[in-house]
Write a protein that binds this ligand. Structure first.
Ligand code: MTE
Length: 299
């Protein structure tokens, strides 16, 4: 790993510059899959951030229901202040951290990341947040730790979806420690410079841009360092369909969906399917984490 992730995509950049940077990046990514002949401006269009409206009205957050519009309808009932996160397991400084304690010393940055859901829709989101690695360094990871485990809040009074056993609550996720420490991995606290909307996982939500969206667990209340691979909700639910790694991989199909292409939310010109890139376009940054692994078995 070579230091902090250099983020050259910012929504606040003037549009032509942002388009230029986006286009340069995607042209490099597409060259390998023979799509470099796509019209330039069209390619730039594919990496323009989605609108706040799009990002906040088409969501998955089963604690508020299984429909894509349920989170926007129901998440307002969630109390996010006060908030605390239990950080425990193989850490030097375990404890119950208030939101302010979690944020203390963290460098909040803006990062525009591609987002790819397993159901083949995708977006581009301008997140605000900090590197998970910085938080882990702050609490001190013990040398025996190999994985990081996360849990979402359980509060059925405020989360109507939890009144039914749609999933085995709490929602759980896990990363290998090197994935968690990778500079691309962030904890989001906002979108477009605004406090994170509740339907997107306020006040703290994981973002791992090279993995399918379901790995980005929302409204986190527990972070635990472990020496064994932790439970992860969708893997527990259906291990044949959802592996622990869940890396975006166009050559490994989900049993019910091809993962070779995707459709942009709010697409316009891009409502047609476009090819999905290996590791969601972050191959250069993250492929090394998986060197020597058979990704068709460890999917
Ligand atoms: N986190 C919790 N706690 N509950 C959920 O149901 N859904 C996941 C992930 N995080 C989910 C969750 C799935 S399937 C996706 S695709 C993304 O959140 C969606 O994030 P978004 O609504 O911000 O686009």
């Amino acid at each position: 790993m070579s230091g902090r992730w250099k983020n050259d995509l910012k929504y606040s950049d003037v549009t032509p510059k942002a388009d230029y940077l986006n286009r340069r990046e995607i042209m490099a990514g597409l060259a390998g899959v023979g799509l470099a002949t796509l019209a330039g401006p069209a390619v730039a269009e594919a990496f323009k951030p989605n609108t706040l409206e799009e990002i906040t009205s088409y969501n998955n957050f089963y604690e508020f229901g299984t429909g894509k519009d349920d989170p926007a309808k129901h998440a307002h009932s969630l109390t996010t202040d006060p908030w605390s996160v239990q950080i425990d397991g193989l850490v030097e400084n375990p404890g119950d951290y208030s939101l302010a304690d979690v944020l203390d010393g963290m460098e909040i940055e803006e990062r525009v990341y591609r987002f790819r859901c397993v159901e083949a829709w995708s977006m581009v989101v301008p997140w605000n947040g900090f590197e998970l690695g910085d938080l882990l360094a702050k609490v001190g990871v013990k040398p025996e730790a190999k994985y990081v485990y996360f849990e979402t809040l359980v509060r059925p009074e405020e989360m109507p979806g939890q009144r039914r056993a749609i999933l085995d609550w709490p929602y759980r996720e896990g990363l290998r420690l090197d994935e968690a420490m990778h500079p691309l991995t962030m904890i989001a606290t906002g979108i477009y410079g605004e406090t994170l909307p509740k339907q997107n996982g306020a006040p703290l939500r994981l973002v791992v841009p090279w993995k399918y969206g379901f790995k980005s667990i929302k409204s986190i209340v527990r972070i635990s360092l472990m020496d064994k691979q932790p439970e992860a909700t969708w893997n527990m639910q259906n291990a044949r369909e959802y592996g622990f790694y869940s890396n975006v991989n166009p050559s490994v199909d989900h049993p019910r969906w091809s993962q070779a292409t995707e459709r942009r939310v709010g697409g316009g010109l891009f409502s047609k399917r476009v090819p999905t890139l290996m590791f969601n376009g972050y191959e250069e940054q993250v492929a090394g984490l998986y060197a020597g692994m058979d990704l068709s078995k460890l999917f």
